[in-house]
Design a protein around this ligand. Sequence first.
Ligand SMILES: [Zn+2]
Ligand SMILES: [Zn+2]
Length: 117
Amino acid sequence: MTEQVEGIDPAVPPSGPGCVECERNSGWWVHLRRCAQCGHIGCCDTSPAQHATKHATATGHPFIQSFEPGEDWYYNFETGEMYDGGPELAPPRSHPANQGVPGPRERVPADWQAHIH
Ligand SMILES: [Zn+2]
Ligand SMILES: [Zn+2]
């Protein structure tokens, strides 16, 4: 049975292995979140640039799912609710583990802890 949820399109693949905007700016992130509607990968609120929240605010896309290996929780920006799981989105379900956390490894500065929220 396929559950239809407004704001979630399980057929859309993720935009890529890293945060869309950080990849453009040679930035880095702590954790990654996936927009469940359009597949946009953005960085979490702990990350310096917080692109996942900015994407949700700019587009009105309500749901993100964690893009971290082994995590499948959802969050709804409109209600502030967290969910332990939900519809299974198109693969891949997470970034490559060897990308590192924070990542990507090669761009994380030595003093990264001074830049997070
Ligand atoms: Zn970012
Ligand atoms: Zn989106």
